[in-house]
Write a protein that binds this ligand. Structure first.
Ligand SMILES: Nc1ncnc2c1ncn2[C@@H]1O[C@H](COP(=O)(O)OP(=O)(O)OP(=O)(O)O)[C@@H](O)[C@H]1O
Length: 257
């Protein structure tokens, strides 16, 4: 799915939290958003998902203005896993993932065999199939995160937005999730803190104080100069002999004085 955003903005307390962001996401790409804490990544994702009140600017989904779409129309196209998303304590894992089918159900097409199959597939893809009967309240932070991702997959979106999806996940599940996301045949926009993980995106956008200050191929965008000025760290780029990929090591500016 194609997404075009123009001049997005959002203010709170007299301060511009997101300021004049324009962005074109091409169908099928994995777009990473990086930036320091508080730079506006989550707010921009919420603006792109049409979830912010009093927003400035315009978002088009496949050339159709999002503002004219119902929540259900949007939910059939876009799934969003927010940071620290919560769900009802009384649900099991399967119940929580079944919620992802809601936009597709109606009186004429109630929850059926195909929905059950999609839910099972989504739980398995997120590595939660073996815990389908477990109660939400008993899950660890990483398990909850994987349930949210399974719910988003069950929604069968054409655009998947993820806010720091590897939060809470152990290294095995971080890599599994990023591998899963890279194999999905959907457009993905995700906020990430780990710049090494961000290097695997097709393109990156860098946020600083609410503005999109750089956008392009990861290797071009994450130059040592940009990393030093935006993230306030020195970076050494190393080559991994396993696959010749670039790996960053970070050093605090204070250590280099
Ligand atoms: N509803 C709100 N009211 C007031 N300020 C807000 C609101 N929402 C966000 N902010 C502020 O806007 C700034 C950007 O927040 P946002 O969560 O978008 O940043 P972020 O880049 O996702 O940060 P992080 O990396 O820490 O998750 C922060 O300074 C935050 O305190």
């Amino acid at each position: 799915m194609k997404l075009s955003a123009s001049d997005l903005g959002w203010c709170a307390g007299g301060r511009a939290i997101v300021d004049g962001v324009s962005l074109d996401i091409v169908p099928g790409e994995t777009f990473g958003l990086v930036g320091p804490n508080g730079s506006g990544k989550s707010t921009l994702l919420r603006l792109l998902a049409g979830l912010m009140p009093r927003a400035r600017g315009r978002v088009l989904l496949d050339d159709v203005p999002m503002e004219g779409m119902s929540r259900r129309d949007i939910a059939r196209r876009v799934a969003f896993v927010e940071q620290m998303a919560d769900t009802s304590e009384a649900l099991t894992v399967r119940d929580a993932v079944e919620l992802g089918r809601t936009p597709w159900l109606s009186a004429l097409s109630p929850f059926g065999y195909e929905d059950r199959r999609i839910v099972t597939e989504a739980m398995d893809a997120a590595g939660m199939g073996h815990m389908e009967d477990h109660a939400w309240a008993t899950l660890s932070g990483g398990e909850r995160q994987r349930v949210h991702i399974a719910r988003a997959l069950a929604q069968r979106p054409r655009l998947l937005m993820l806010d720091e999806p590897t939060n809470h996940l152990d290294i095995h599940h971080q890599l599994s999730l990023l591998r899963l996301v890279s194999k999905l045949r959907v457009t993905v926009i995700m906020a990430l803190h780990d710049l090494n993980q961000a290097m695997n995106c097709d393109r990156l956008g860098v946020m600083e104080q609410g503005r999109l200050v750089a956008c392009g191929a990861p290797g071009d965008v994450l130059s040592p100069e940009l990393v030093a000025s935006i993230f306030r760290v020195h970076v050494t780029a190393l080559t991994d002999p396993a696959d010749n990929s670039t790996v960053f090591r970070f050093h605090s500016l204070e250590d280099r004085r």
